[in-house]
Design a protein around this ligand. Structure first.
Ligand code: PLP
Ligand code: COI
Length: 340
């Protein structure tokens, strides 16, 4: 076990021992390789460099109070990576290989799995890039899969603490029939300027995008989905331009077990005024409660609760964390236990 102040870890890159790689050549994925090198050597005409042929995932391994290590919803991340591959014409990475690579990556970096008490976790970042050389715009014929592990703390300030967010109207992140449903690098490139302009100065945790067509509905934040609560109902946007968040999907199921109603539907901006609680959710964000959403260009501002996480957000957060860390029975079969 490394001597790290786990409780103070930011969400950032912390060097670990090994990453796991796999090459796609001659029409097939090869064997998994274990590597301590942190750099890659690729052709300057690789499609990932010019045409953004790149997809990634984010998942976490949690150390439980019982000492066991669990990876959350491995299969869902594997499936979503396959969907992202379809979306930008890359060969699907096989489900079993994905599972093996994640487990191996956790095992090879076991001394970097944070303690249960710290609340931190081991973040796994798998990615696939087009490495084949092309100058014309078309998919590569060679690809590289890598997964690395890094111990992380909370993505948004304070972790489970209410923060203000801001709506950005000046920029769109993804189009209704675009790549927002895939976890591809291009979406994040499209968000960098909006994020920097909207959040610089540290006043806001993250920017929210409205639907690009009508500029009427809440889509999602730059790094997380949106949910809200009113009348004992969990409400989350339905949109063709947002990432299908695995955390959100899990929270919808948890909400039902807690006795809430669940609605997945378009959420118009003005409805924000009626919500009792709101939050951003995702693997990195977990649940990040929202104290306020400002829309500077219209001068509107929507406040939720009294500046502290609301009671439903608290219950949802507790149950999610308890399942992830083994304190609560894994009734949905979401965890993969890793032999350490
Ligand atoms: N939306 C965006 C844009 C994200 O980057 C993420 C992070 O993965 C999410 C939503 C949340 O998805 P998940 O819960 O699967 O991590
Ligand atoms: C995640 O939650 O895993 C993400 O990928 C969000 C962000 C760090 C890009």
């Amino acid at each position: 076990m490394q001597n790290i102040d786990w409780g103070s870890l930011p969400f950032g890159y912390y060097p670990t021992n090994y990453n796991v790689r796999c090459y796609y050549r001659n029409g097939e994925w090869g064997e998994l390789e274990y590597c301590s090198e942190t750099t890659i050597n690729i052709h300057m005409a690789a499609t990932c460099l010019h045409y953004g042929q790149e997809a990634f995932e984010g998942l976490k391994a949690h150390r439980g109070a019982d000492g066991k290590v669990r990876i959350f919803r491995l299969d869902e991340n594997a499936k979503r990576l396959q969907s992202s591959c379809d979306g930008i014409c890359m060969p699907r990475f096989p489900m079993e290989k994905f599972e093996e690579a994640m487990i191996k990556c956790v095992q090879l970096n076991k001394e970097f799995i944070p303690t249960y008490e710290s609340g931190a976790s081991l973040y796994l970042r798998p990615l696939i890039i087009g490495t084949g050389a092309r100058v014309g715009v078309k998919p590569a014929d060679e690809y590289l899969f890598i997964v690395f592990a890094t111990p992380v703390g909370p993505y948004f300030k304070g972790g489970f603490q209410a923060n203000p967010y801001v709506i950005t109207r000046k920029y769109d992140r993804s189009a209704p029939l675009g790549t927002g449903v895939y976890k591809v690098g291009g979406n994040y490139a499209a968000s960098l300027r909006a994020h920097t302009e909207a959040c610089h100065g540290g006043q806001y945790a993250c920017e929210f995008y409205l639907d690009a067509k009508e500029k009427k509905y809440i889509d999602e934040a730059g790094a997380a989905n949106f949910f809200a609560v009113k009348d004992n109902t969990y409400i989350t946007p339905q949109s063709t331009s947002i990432l299908p968040s695995i955390t959100n999907k899990s929270l919808m199921q948890i909400a039902e077990t807690l006795g809430m109603k669940v609605e997945r539907r378009p959420v118009a901006e003005e409805e924000l005024a009626t919500f009792e609680e709101a939050g951003a959710c995702g693997t990195a964000a977990v649940i990040s409660p929202i104290s306020r959403i400002d829309d500077p260009e219209t001068g509107k501002s929507y406040t939720f609760g009294d500046g502290k996480p609301g009671p439903w957000s608290q219950k949802l957060y507790n149950k999610l964390r308890e399942i992830q860390t083994g304190l609560e029975k894994d009734e949905f079969g979401w965890n993969t236990i890793v032999e350490i």
